[in-house]
Design a protein. Structure first.
Length: 94
């Protein structure tokens, strides 16, 4: 696991929250001003991300204890799924 530090990039944290992810695609429901998303998988199972059709076989994995940082454009729709019910941490910023 590693953490990327980007000084002077993030201006404001919009929200930080936990999200329950299950066996069907779960939308992140990002704020429209979000440009940076940090996802921390603090569960013991992998979580997968992708579009509304994401599955555990076609999604990109976020392993347990892994942190993912995504730089996103407005109105992106990201979804998460897991093999069993888990809870992860989300931080949104611009």
């Amino acid at each position: 696991m590693y953490r990327v530090q980007t000084p002077n990039l993030i201006e404001k944290i919009i929200t930080q929250r936990t999200l329950n992810v299950g066996t069907t695609p779960t939308p992140l429901n990002l704020d429209s001003s979000t440009r940076v998303v940090v996802i921390e998988n603090n569960s013991t199972s992998p979580v997968y991300y992708g579009n509304e059709n994401v599955s555990t076989s076609n999604g990109i994995s976020i392993q347990p204890s892994e942190v993912l940082i995504l730089f996103v454009k407005p109105s992106i729709n990201l979804y998460l799924i897991a093999q069993n019910a888990v809870q992860i941490k989300i931080l949104e910023a611009y």
